[in-house]
Every structure is written in C-alpha cells, then in structure tokens.
Ligand binder design. Structure first.
Ligand code: UDP
Length: 243
C-alpha cells in the first residue's frame, strides 16, 4: 500500500459540491460519491474531519440583499450547513463507517455540540467528524470555520474540495486564457485577492502554518492522492521566510 503522508486531514466541502448538476439543494448521488471518497480516505488510515458549507441552500449575504436582517440570514445559512451535514452523515453511515456531526450551534436533539476535546477523541478513535454551523457566529464563512476547526484539531492539511480544480490567476469560467497555479503562498493569494478562501480564513492558515490544497471534488481519487503526498490542484503554503 502506498504510504500515507498525513495523520489528520480536514476536508472543506462547499455546499455547491453537494448539489451536483442541480441548480440548488442536495443531490443524493453526490452525497454517495463524496461519502465514498471520504470513506476511502479514512480507511487509508487518515483521521478525517469535514466542514460542510451551506451555499447550496442559503447564504446570509444573499438573504440580506433580499431584505432580511443579516444576523438572521447568517443563522439560516448556518442551519443550512447542519442540513448538509446530516445528509452527509447519513451517506457515510450507509457505507458502514462511524461518524459524528458536531455543530457550532447547540441543537442537542439533532446532533452533538462542538467540543475540541471530544472531536479529537472521536477522530483518534477512527470516527469521521463532520463539523457543522461553521464558527457558530454570524459574519463568518464556512471557509473560516474550516481553517479554525483544522487548527483546533491540529490537522496536517486542509483540503478545500470545490467545483474548480485549483486556483487561477483570473476566473477560468470567464477567461479561456486563465492559468492555474500549482503552488502559491498565502501572502500572494491575499494581496491579489485570488478567489481561494476569504481573507480571514487565509490569515488563520498563514498564522498557523497550515497548508491548504484547493482541488476538484469530481476528480476521481483526488483526496487519496493528496493523502499520499501527490500533487493535485493548487497548494497554498506560508512563505518560507516566515517559517
Ligand atoms: N455562516 C455564518 N457563520 C459561519 C459560517 C457560515 O454565519 O461561521 C453562514 C453564512 O451566512 C454563510 C452560510 O452560513 O453564507 C453558508 O456558508 P458558506 O457561504 O460559507 O457556504 P459555502 O459557500 O461553503 O457553501
């Protein structure tokens, strides 16, 4: 068996990654596919944490534009991430793995509340832990939630699995000559406002020297390849001089 390079990985799944070809909502086939990739990663010996987004259902900023109070909108967005987390938990359980959902907003009848100590214990026991409700606070994103949870559980790598296969110098959908980076540092990604993650999320990663890889959720075997140390998508690291 090829050697595994990382002990603990946090995978950030955007809400869009769960909607497949649909315009919104959750695609059950996509849940099964993503679950299979996460199970393969866990069975390779990596401790797997997952942060799910909610953009396939609700985003606070969009709701605020439509006239809702922003904090109410963000609460709805965070609840959307819990719905996605429950769907993913269900998909993972059907594939026979132990899994827990831990939410940054307390809802004891639905799932567990987030606790760093319990999360670390469950991961060490081989359970996949899905972190829902982002940071638990409005005005943040699940990208920042992912950076935060990754640092808290002391992940060795943060993977952002999206519908794009990496980070480009300009929007690849609008520009046919857009060039994909294989490696970047956080300073450059922040300075150039490259569409990677929001700045708060990248500052957290940079300050804590946590490597990030952005890759395509639809690329077969991408997560396992990354765990084995192969180059996939775009890797973002802290500048050598700061280390
Ligand atoms: N959200 C929040 N605080 C957090 C994380 C998320 O208020 O810590 C809300 C926010 O409204 C956000 C929504 O939940 O728009 C869904 O998360 P996000 O947009 O990050 O989802 P993704 O783009 O990853 O699908």
């Amino acid at each position: 068996m090829p050697e595994i390079k990382y002990k603990r990985i946090l995978v950030k799944l955007s809400g869009e990654a769960l909607m497949g070809q649909q315009a919104a909502g959750i695609d059950p086939q996509m849940i099964d596919k993503v679950a299979a990739d996460l199970v393969a990663l866990a069975r390779s010996g990596v401790e797997v944490g997952v942060v799910v987004g909610g953009g396939n259902l609700f985003r606070g900023a969009g709701l605020a534009e439509a006239g809702l109070d922003r904090v109410t909108g963000d609460h709805m967005g965070m609840l959307a991430t819990v719905m996605n987390a429950l769907a993913l938990q269900d998909g993972l359980q059907r594939q026979g793995v132990a899994v827990a959902v831990m939410s940054g907003l307390a809802m004891p009848q639905v799932c567990e509340s987030y606790s760093q100590r319990d999360a670390r214990r469950r991961l060490a026991d081989g359970e996949i832990v899905i972190f829902a409700a982002g940071t638990g606070s409005p005005y943040f994103t699940t990208d920042t939630g992912a950076s935060l949870r990754a640092i808290e559980i002391r992940a060795d790598l943060l993977i952002k699995a999206t519908k794009v296969d990496g980070i480009y110098d300009k929007d690849p959908v609008k520009h046919s000559d857009a060039v994909r980076y294989s490696d970047l540092d956080y300073d450059r990604a922040i300075d150039q406002r490259l569409a990677v993650m929001d700045v708060a999320a990248m500052i957290l990663c940079n300050d804590n020297a946590l490597d990030l890889v952005v890759c395509d959720i639809n690329q077969p075997g991408a997560l396992l390849d990354l765990a084995r140390g192969n180059s996939v998508g775009t890797r973002v690291t802290r500048k050598e001089a700061q280390k």
